[in-house]
Design a protein around this ligand. Structure first.
Ligand SMILES: Nc1ncnc2c1ncn2[C@@H]1O[C@H](COP(=O)(O)OP(=O)(O)O)[C@@H](O)[C@H]1O
Ligand SMILES: [Mg+2]
Length: 209
């Protein structure tokens, strides 16, 4: 489903003589089969988030290829990458990313705005199903600032699955959660995986690994 071939990503920081080169991802080879549950682990700063951004088409590699279902994504046009991401990839970012001015339901259905007509038409139905799946049917009208950390994560999961993408990329989805909530989030991801979704999970939590 996803193939990385000799993928390298370098960042440059600072200016002039103070400029530093950060080789965030170096020569990564990776193959992910449809239906796998892959865990990526490693110390903070080792390049995990960069790797997910490369796979999601959010960061462009300096060299190498990212191939999604046989397509070299960096040979595609920008709009085509956006369409691919919207249809095929569910994203859970490491940083909080709910829109504070939208309620839970509107946050969840946001990705359907950019989806094909058929999906847009059923947006709220899909939103309800996604919120049911994460056990948050009762919080449709709530605003992000009123949610606990665990509830927020579950809304983020619901938003990531609302377009029913074949792949879910989850960047440290259990960071800053207590142990019990962490287990709930993991159980949810396992349920989504059991439903046929390929999952790529980044964590540095030894217990989860
Ligand atoms: N946009 C950026 N500009 C400059 N350096 C960056 C940028 N993003 C990440 N880095 C650096 O790249 C390295 C890998 O970062 P990251 O992929 O976020 O690691 P991880 O997710 O494993 O903690 C780190 O040294 C980080 O400081
Ligand atoms: Mg990270």
């Amino acid at each position: 489903m996803i193939e990385l071939k000799q993928v390298t990503k370098t960042y440059f920081r600072g200016q002039g003589s103070m400029q530093m080169t950060v080789r965030a991802v170096e020569q990564v080879e990776m193959t992910i089969q449809a239906g796998e549950f892959v865990v990526i682990t490693g110390r903070s700063g080792c390049g995990k988030t960069t790797l997910l951004n490369l796979i999601a088409g959010l960061a462009k590699p300096d060299s190498g290829k990212v191939i999604f279902e046989g397509m070299d994504i960096w040979a595609m046009k920008d709009e085509e990458i956006s369409v691919l991401r919207n249809r095929k990839i569910g994203l859970m970012f490491q940083v909080p990313s709910l829109m504070p001015t939208l309620n839970v339901m509107d946050n969840v259905v946001l990705p359907t705005l950019f989806a094909p007509k058929e999906t847009r038409r059923n947006a709220y139905q899909r939103g309800r199903e996604a919120l049911d799946a994460v056990g948050l049917s009762g919080l449709k009208e709530a605003f992000p600032r009123h949610l606990s950390a665990g509830e927020e994560k579950r809304v983020v999961i619901a938003r990531a699955i609302v377009n029913r993408p074949p792949v879910l990329l989850a960047d440290e989805p259990t960071a800053n959660l207590d142990e019990r909530t962490e287990e709930e989030v993991m159980a949810l991801l396992q349920k989504i995986h059991a439903g046929g979704t390929t999952i790529l999970l980044v964590t540095h939590h030894p217990g989860l690994i």
